[in-house]
Design a protein around this ligand. Structure first.
Ligand code: NBG
Length: 974
C-alpha cells in the first residue's frame, strides 16, 4: 500500500496527455474530463481541462476524489489564463493500485461531471483577489509556475461562513488544534475552538489586507504605545466580520451558548486605564476606516493586575492571561530583531569616515506576535504587533562555546523579564531601570521593523517621511527619536544632517496629562548606562536645539534652562522626555480642547511661543462599536429602527436625528425598558461579585475609573454619607419621597498608592454600614465593584443612568468613559474639566448636572485654601469618619487629613455644596421620568462627536497625512 500523499506535498510535473482518453463535455460549464489509464504504469491520470477559474474548484475535485476512495499522488494545476484552469491528478485506489476497470473509470467520470456541474452553477464561494502580486511574482519556469498556480488554487477562496462550515471548522479545531475528543469538550475548550475558527477568518482578511497595502504602498501610520487595553476579542470579531448569527446558531446546535463562551475569554489587559483603552479604540477606528495603520506595543506576560477586595483592602494578583494560551495572536518566531543594552560607544573608521559603534553589552531578541484587528463592515483587517523578549541566539551560542550552559539559561530568563510585566502605575514615574529597558525594547524593535518594511521597495531614505508617520502615545515611546537617528547614522550611513531632516518629519506626539509634575524624566546616569549611544545622540539633539534657539533669541540662559532637554537638579541631571518629544516631533497634541490650551499656556509655553504651528488639539473619542452597538444590542436595534438602518455605526453624527424622538412617549417607553433590562444584568453582576443585592428600580449611579485623589472618588463617598445622614434623619413619610439610589464605585489603585487604597477602604466601610442598615433598605446602596476592567465596563456602561466625572477642574486631560456613558443615554454629573466641557457643548449643559469651580479659578482657590472655611456639613462628615462611625477610624484618618485643615489640594470642600446641589437636582429630575428620559435620549443624540472615528480622521488629515486604502470587497472585481 502506498502512503497517501497530501496535496501540499504533491509533486508538480507535466505528463503527456493520452489521446486515448474519452472526453465528456458539459455544455454549461464546458469542462472536459479525460481519464487516461494507459500512459502511466502506476497511475490512473485524470485530466480536467478548461474548467472555469472558480474559487474552491480544487477543493471540490479533491474532496470528490477522496469520497470515491482515490488517493491523489500528484496534482498539477495549470491556470493557463485568468478565466480557465486545467488540472491533472495522478490517482490510485485504496490499495494503492491503478484504476483500470472500465466501470470504475466511468463511475469516476460521471461523478466528477456531476459534482463539477453543481459547483459551477452554485455561487456561494467567495474568491480571494490574486492581486498584482500574483501576476508580477509569477515565476517564469514551467515547474515553478505550476507550483505557484497550485498554491494560489489551494488558497483561492475564503472559508465559508454558513452554519455547517462554521461547525466543521469549530470541531476541527477541537480535534486538531486542541487535541480534544470531538464529542467531549467543555465551555472553555468550545470557546477556544470557536476563537481559533474566527481567527482563521481574521487571518484570511489580514493577509489580503496586508497584501493590498504592499501592492499599493501607501504612506502608513505606526501607532506606538506601551499600552493597549484591548479587552475581549471574540464578540468584537464576530460582529466586525458580520458572522455572529452563524456562530450563535452553529454553537447552539452543538449544545453551547455563545453568551456563555464569550465569558470564558480572559481580558487582554495590557494597559492601565484611559491611555491604553484609547489606543485600542484607535485601532478599531483605523481598521474600520481602512487606514494603512499598524499598532506596536509589548506583549506583556502579565497584564494589569487582578484586583480582589477583602474586608475593604485591595489585593493585587498577577494576571496570568496567557496561561491557557491566547487564540487571537499569531507568533512570528522568524520576525525578530536584536536589541542591545549597556556596553559602550567606539569610534571606528569606515571608508575613511569616523562612525560611532555601540559595542559590548547585552543582546536580546524581540520576537513579533501579531494580533489581527478587524474593521467593522469593511474587508480591512489591520495588525497590532506586540513584541516579546527572548534571549538572542548569539548569546546562547557564546555561552555554549564557553561551556557555561547554566549561565545561558539564566540569561534567557533575564531576557524574558523585559516583556514580563506591565507597570501598574498610570501617573507617576519611578525611574525604574526595567521600565526604561521596556521602552527601548519596544521602540527599537518597532523602528527596525518599520525600516525593514520600507526598504523592501526603496533603496534610499529620501522617501521615508512620505511613507512613514509614527505617533508616540505619550512620551513613553519617545526614545524612538534617538533610535531612528542612531539607525540612520550608525547602521545606514546617513549624515547627521540628513538623518535629522528625515527624523524630524516622521514623529508626532500626544500628551495625556495636565500635571507638569507627572511628566516623565529619566536620570542621565541611568540612560548613559543602559543606552550609551542614545545619550550621546540626545546631547547632540539638545545641542542643536539650544544653538538654534540662541540664534533666534540670543543668549537667554533662563530660556535655555527652561526648554533644555536636560534638566539640572541638585540630585543630578535628568532627561526631560517631553522636551525630547517636543523637539523631535513635528506636532504635539492634547486630548481635549481645554487640555490642549493648557499645553500652550501652562505646560509648555516656551515651546508654544517658539513653534506655535506644532500645537494641535485632537479631542479623544471612543469606538461606538464596542461601547454601544455591541455591548448594548437592544439599544442599537432601537436606534437603527429610527435611523433607517445601522449606518450610524460608522457615521456617529447621525445620532443627532434621535433628537426628534426625545419627547416621543412611545420611544421613551422603549428606551426605558432597555435601560431596565441592562440594569437587571448589572444587578446580577453586582450580586455575583459583591454579594450585595440591589434593586433595579433604584437610580444607578456609577463612578468607575482608576482611583486617584484628583478624580475625587472621595467627594462621591462624602455625598453618599451625606445622603445616608439625610435618610437617617428623615421621617417615614419623607423617606417615601426619596429617590432610591445604587451608588457603584469601581477602579484599581496603583499598588504603591497608599491614599488610593485607603479610599477604597473607606468606600467599603461606608458601604458596609449603609447596606446593612434596616432604616435605609433600598433607598441607598453603596457597592465597590472589584476588578473593574473592559469586560465589566461592557456590562456597567449600558446600565448606568448617572455617571460621575467629578475631577477638580484642570486635572483630567480628557476622560473617555464620560463619552461611553453619554452614548448609552447615561446622564453626567461632572465638573467643567477635560472633555466634559465639549460634551456639554454638544449635549447642552441643561442635559447634564454641572457643578464646581472652573479651571481658571482653581489655582486661586488652591492658594487660598488654608483660609477657606469648609461648609459645616463637610466638617461634620470628616468628624463622623474620624469618630469611627464607619469603624477603622485610625486607618481612615489620613484620608480625612488630606482634605481637611488647609490640606485639600483637590478642593473637595470648595466644591462640596455645589456638588450636593447638583445631586439634589439629579433626584428631583429623576422623579420626572419623562424629563429624565428626554435628557437621556439627548445625551445619546449629542454624542456623535465623541466617536474615535472622528478623532482618527483628524489625526489622519492634520497630523499623519495618510489616506484610506481599502481593498476591494471579496467577490467584487476591483
Ligand atoms: C489619561 C488621562 C485621561 C485621558 C486618557 C486618554 C494617562 C497617563 N492619561 O484624562 O488621565 O482621557 O489619558 O487620553 O493615562
Amino acid at each position: 500500500m502506498k502512503a497517501r500523499t497530501t496535496m501540499k506535498r504533491a509533486m508538480v510535473r507535466r505528463h503527456a496527455v493520452s489521446s486515448t482518453g474519452n472526453a465528456e463535455k458539459d455544455a454549461r460549464s464546458a469542462v472536459s474530463i479525460e481519464i487516461d489509464t494507459t500512459t502511466e504504469a502506476d497511475y490512473t491520470v485524470i485530466h480536467i481541462r478548461d474548467a472555469p477559474n472558480k474559487p474552491g474548484t480544487l477543493r471540490v475535485i479533491t474532496t470528490a476524489l477522496a469520497d470515491l476512495g482515490l488517493n491523489i499522488d500528484r496534482a498539477i494545476v495549470d491556470a493557463a489564463n485568468d478565466d480557465r484552469v486545467s488540472d491533472c491528478f495522478h490517482v490510485t485506489d485504496t490499495s494503492g493500485a491503478k484504476v483500470t476497470d472500465a466501470e470504475d473509470v466511468e463511475n469516476i467520470r460521471t461523478c466528477l461531471a456531476m459534482i463539477l456541474k453543481t459547483h459551477f452553477q452554485s455561487g456561494s464561494d467567495v474568491a480571494r483577489h490574486d492581486g498584482d502580486e500574483r501576476r508580477s511574482s509569477a515565476p517564469q519556469g514551467t515547474d515553478e509556475r505550476r507550483q505557484h498556480d497550485l498554491l494560489y488554487s489551494l488558497m483561492d477562496r475564503y472559508l465559508r461562513n454558513d452554519v455547517m462550515s462554521v461547525q466543521e471548522s469549530i470541531v476541527n479545531h477541537v480535534e486538531y488544534t486542541m487535541a480534544r475528543n470531538r464529542y467531549q469538550f467543555d465551555d472553555f475548550e468550545a470557546y477556544n475552538a470557536a476563537a481559533f475558527s474566527v481567527r482563521d477568518r481574521l487571518i484570511e482578511s489580514w493577509n489580503d489586507t496586508q497584501q493590498y497595502f504592499r501592492e499599493k504602498s501607501p504612506k502608513r501610520v505606526y501607532y506606538m504605545s506601551m499600552e493597549f487595553l484591548m479587552g475581549r476579542s471574540l464578540l468584537n470579531s464576530l460582529y466586525n466580520l458580520d458572522i455572529k448569527p452563524q456562530y450563535t446558531e452553529a454553537l447552539r446546535q452543538l449544545g453551547y451558548e455563545l453568551e456563555t463562551l464569550v465569558d470564558k475569554e480572559r481580558d487582554a489587559a495590557l494597559g492601565n486605564g484611559g491611555l491604553g483603552r484609547l489606543a485600542s479604540c484607535f485601532l478599531d477606528s483605523m481598521a474600520t476606516q481602512d487606514l494603512p495603520a499598524w499598532g506596536y506595543g509589548i506583549r506583556y506576560q502579565y497584564g494589569m493586575f487582578r484586583q480582589t477586595v477583602n474586608d475593604g483592602f485591595q489585593h493585587e494578583h498577577p494576571d496570568y492571561w496567557l496561561n491557557f494560551g491566547n487564540p487571537w495572536e499569531i507568533e512570528r518566531p522568524y520576525i525578530s530583531y536584536p536589541i542591545k543594552f549597556y556596553g559602550g560607544v567606539e569610534k571606528q573608521l569606515i571608508d575613511g569616515h569616523e562612525v560611532s559603534k555601540w559595542v559590548g553589552g547585552e543582546d536580546i531578541s524581540a520576537v513579533a506576535y501579531d494580533n489581527p484587528i478587524p474593521g467593522w463592515n469593511t474587508p480591512t483587517t489591520i495588525n497590532l504587533r506586540l513584541w516579546s523578549a527572548k534571549p538572542s541566539r548569539e548569546f546562547d551560542l557564546e555561552s555554549f562555546n564557553t561551556g557555561d550552559y547554566v549561565q545561558a539559561i539564566l540569561a534567557k530568563q533575564r531576557a524574558e523579564t523585559i516583556s514580563s510585566v506591565l507597570y501598574p502605575d498610570d501617573r507617576t514615574y519611578q525611574g525604574k531601570e526595567l521600565r526604561l529597558k521596556q521602552q527601548y525594547f519596544m521602540v527599537s524593535a518597532t523602528i527596525q521593523d518599520i525600516i525593514r518594511r520600507y526598504l523592501v521597495n526603496h533603496d534610499s531614505f529620501d522617501e521615508f517621511p512620505n511613507q512613514v508617520a509614527v505617533q508616540l502615545n505619550d512620551t513613553h515611546p519617545s526614545l524612538a527619536i534617538p533610535e531612528l537617528l542612531r539607525l540612520l547614522i550608525d547602521e545606514h550611513g546617513l549624515s547627521d544632517t540628513k538623518a535629522w531632516e528625515i527624523t524630524s518629519k516622521v514623529f508626532s506626539f500626544t500628551n495625556h496629562t495636565v500635571l507638569v509634575d507627572a511628566l516623565e524624566k529619566w536620570p542621565v546616569d541611568l540612560l548613559e548606562k543602559v543606552l550609551p549611544r542614545h545619550m550621546q545622540i540626545i546631547y547632540e539633539i539638545n545641542w542643536k536645539f539650544i544653538s538654534d534657539l540662541s540664534q533666534k533669541r540670543g543668549e537667554d540662559f533662563a530660556l535655555f534652562g527652561r526648554t533644555s532637554i536636560i534638566e539640572e537638579t541638585t540630585e543630578g541631571k535628568l532627561v526631560r522626555m517631553a522636551h525630547l518629544a517636543m523637539v523631535g516631533c513635528h506636532t504635539v497634541n492634547g486630548v481635549a480642547e481645554v487640555h490642549s490650551e493648557l499645553l500652550k499656556t501652562r505646560m509648555f509655553p516656551d515651546f508654544y511661543e517658539l513653534a506655535p504651528e506644532k500645537f494641535q488639539n485632537k479631542t479623544n473619542g471612543v469606538t461606538q462599536r464596542r461601547w454601544l452597538a455591541f455591548s448594548n444590542p437592544a439599544l442599537r436595534d432601537l436606534i437603527s429602527s429610527k435611523l433607517g438602518g445601522d449606518s450610524w455605526i460608522r457615521e456617529l453624527d447621525m445620532l443627532h436625528d434621535l433628537d426628534k424622538y426625545a419627547e416621543d412617549p412611545e420611544f421613551q417607553a422603549q428606551w426605558r425598558a432597555i435601560k431596565l433590562e441592562n440594569k437587571k444584568k448589572l444587578a446580577k453582576l453586582i450580586e455575583e461579585k459583591t454579594g450585595t443585592v440591589v434593586s433595579p428600580n433604584a437610580l444607578f449611579d456609577i463612578q468607575v475609573k482608576r482611583i486617584h485623589e484628583y478624580k475625587r472618588q472621595l467627594l462621591n463617598v462624602f455625598s453618599v454619607i451625606h445622603r445616608y445622614n439625610k435618610i437617617k434623619a428623615a421621617t417615614p413619610e419623607e423617606r417615601k419621597e426619596m429617590v432610591p439610589r445604587v451608588v457603584v464605585i469601581g477602579g484599581k489603585a496603583a499598588p504603591g498608592y497608599d491614599m488610593a487604597k485607603r479610599i477604597i477602604k473607606l468606600v467599603c466601610a461606608v458601604g458596609e454600614k449603609v447596606n446593612n442598615d434596616p432604616d435605609v433598605g433600598d433607598l441607598l446602596k453603596l457597592v465597590f465593584i472589584p476588578d473593574y476592567n473592559v469586560s465589566s465596563a461592557e456590562v456597567i456602561v449600558p446600565a448606568a443612568e448617572l455617571s460621575q466625572h467629578i475631577s477638580t477642574a484642570g486635572t483630567e486631560a480628557s476622560g473617555t468613559s464620560n463619552m461611553k456613558f453619554a452614548m448609552n443615554g447615561c446622564l453626567i454629573i461632572g465638573t467643567m474639566d477635560g472633555s466634559n466641557v465639549e460634551i456639554a457643548e454638544e449635549i447642552g449643559k441643561r442635559n447634564m448636572f454641572i457643578f464646581g469651580a472652573n479651571s481658571a479659578d482653581v489655582p486661586i482657590l488652591r492658594s487660598e485654601r488654608a483660609r477657606f472655611k469648609p461648609p459645616p456639613e463637610f466638617d461634620g462628615i470628616v468628624e463622623q469618619i474620624r469618630g469611627g462611625a464607619f469603624d477603622w477610624a485610625d486607618f481612615l484618618n489620613p484620608v480625612c487629613d488630606a482634605v481637611h485643615g488647609g490640606a485639600d489640594y483637590y478642593l473637595l470642600a470648595n466644591d462640596f455644596e455645589d456638588y450636593i446641589r447638583a445631586q439634589d437636582l439629579v433626584d428631583e429630575t429623576y422623579k420626572d421620568q419623562a424629563k429624565w428620559t428626554t435628557m437621556s435620549i439627548k445625551s445619546t443624540a449629542g454624542s456623535g462627536k465623541f466617536s474615535s472615528d472622528r478623532t482618527i480622521r483628524e489625526y489622519a488629515k492634520d497630523i499623519w497625512g495618510i489616506e484610506p486604502c481599502r481593498r476591494p470587497e471579496p467577490g467584487n472585481p476591483r
